[in-house]
Design a protein around this ligand. Structure first.
Ligand SMILES: Nc1ncnc2c1ncn2[C@@H]1O[C@H](COP(=O)(O)OP(=O)(O)OP(=O)(O)O)[C@@H](O)[C@H]1O
Ligand SMILES: [Mg+2]
Length: 418
């Protein structure tokens, strides 16, 4: 069983969000969460998804924790914490184990195979965040999702290994641990977002999830229910705002407001003479801007973002294996015209992923059901399904006696003051 209370902490480039839920069951008896409370604040001390200023981020997290605790009416003692940033790297690795038992593959065999897959040499400056079984092979039979009990002689796992720099992991962990909050697990943000916005059918068929936030774009490619590729790109909505600010010679805040209010990715749909207004600090009056010009600036950068997503997924070698297309989420997926633009660039089905459809959370507040909260909501679901995941991703099954997880946990604990 998961814990009774699950907390998610999403430290984004533009906002920090804490969500708290209580584990319960739905009317069909399936595990679910009852939403208890949340806290959201504007980020500070984060650049491109990475902690740049530990005291600032620690203070900001403290504020949101307090808001969420007050609303939920409890003390938060542990949390699932999202991690992203371009320091994230992934690699695939194989591990092998003999199948000893007369009864077929056992948990111990799977453990051994995964341990073998983990035996990749990492530089001193890197730590493993996840080791996820993508698929299993028993003798000649490959593409197996759950090998438990299968008979054969040789078990092989194809694993996806996610690593991050020790420094980035360390800094983020410290900002949470400083509040006396244990880290249940550091979760790669695209994996969390995937939990919140993808359907089981999409994961089975093959799909790309792109969470376009403020400072990063998080990619994950799923197929056959497994994770095939993940990547965190150093670009997001802030780049669009910066371009608008440069193009209009206006401050970032003004450009952000214009983007949120009037932003559109199809300039041809905007009347040539449509003007919009904003007050520029220092100016006596409002200034007018051409909405079509703003739209042209946004379109150019959004096209580039989509092209990079496409290039990166093609470079992964699996970009052609996604009949379910691409699901966009994150705050920047809310720009008008994003579906039309990305369909044109990708040439495949595109939809916007909302963390509200089919999520196992009762009473989730409406304003949290927006794409910007995909990661936060996904972290809660990740925590809820920790046990269920053991069936699909055997690593979590083996977590408790897993040396590397103990090492990471111990090392995180050592960071606690005193
Ligand atoms: N309605 C909207 N239209 C256009 N852009 C939007 C809208 N709402 C939010 N955004 C943009 O989304 C971005 C923030 O998205 P999100 O909250 O997902 O990012 P984050 O989680 O804080 O950052 P990251 O995940 O990149 O570290 C900002 O650039 C913001 O301008
Ligand atoms: Mg985010």
């Amino acid at each position: 069983m998961p814990k009774e209370i699950i907390t998610a902490i999403d430290v984004g480039t533009t906002k920090i969000c804490v969500l708290v839920g209580a584990v319960t069951h739905d009317s069909l008896g399936k595990l679910a969460l009852r939403f208890l409370g949340s806290g959201v604040t504007k980020s500070r001390g984060i650049r491109r998804g990475v902690v740049m200023d530990v005291p600032e981020v620690t203070a900001a997290i403290g504020e949101v924790i307090e808001i969420a605790e007050r609303e939920a009416g409890l003390r938060i003692t542990s949390a699932y914490v999202g991690i992203a940033g371009s320091h994230i790297a992934t690699t695939n690795s194989k591990g092998i184990s003999p199948i000893d038992s007369y009864h077929g593959v056992t948990g111990a065999d799977m453990h051994r195979a995964l341990e073998g897959a983990q035996a990749v040499s990492l530089p001193e400056s890197r730590e493993m965040i996840h080791v996820i079984a993508r698929s299993w092979q028993v003798d000649e039979q490959d593409g197996i999702q759950q090998p438990l009990g299968m008979s054969g002689h040789r078990l092989e796992v194809d694993a996806h290994i996610v690593t991050g720099t020790t420094m980035a992991i360390n800094n983020l962990a410290q900002c949470v641990l400083a509040h006396g909050i244990d880290i249940d697990e550091l979760v790669l943000e695209p994996l969390a977002s995937g939990e919140a916005v993808l359907t089981p059918e999409e994961r089975q068929m093959g799909v790309i999830m792109a969470d376009i936030g403020g400072g990063t774009t998080d990619l994950a490619l799923f197929r056959g229910n497994g994770l095939w590729h993940t990547e965190v790109l150093d670009m997001g909505g802030n780049h669009l705002t910066n371009d608008v600010a440069m193009g209009l010679r206006a401050p970032f805040e003004v450009a952000e407001e214009l983007k949120l209010r009037y932003g559109h990715l199809q300039p041809q749909k905007i009347a040539e003479d449509e003007q919009v207004w904003a007050t520029v600090f220092g100016d006596r009056s409002e200034r007018t801007f051409s909405r079509r010009f703003i739209s042209q600036i946004l379109e150019a950068r959004a096209e580039e973002v989509c092209e990079i997503i496409q290039k990166r997924t093609q470079a992964s070698g699996y970009g052609h294996l996604v009949p379910a297309g691409i699901v966009l989420t994150g705050g920047s997926s809310q720009l008008s015209g994003v579906v039309e633009l990305s369909r044109r660039v990708f040439g495949m089905p595109v939809r916007i992923g909302y963390p509200s459809e089919n999520v196992p959370i009762q009473g989730l507040r409406r304003e949290l059901q927006l794409p910007a909260y995909a990661t936060s909501v996904g972290l809660l679901i990740w925590g809820l399904h920790e046990d269920a995941r053991a069936i699909h991703r055997p690593l979590s099954n083996l977590r408790e006696d897993n040396a590397w997880v103990d090492r990471l946990r111990g090392w995180l604990r050592n960071l606690l003051p005193g």
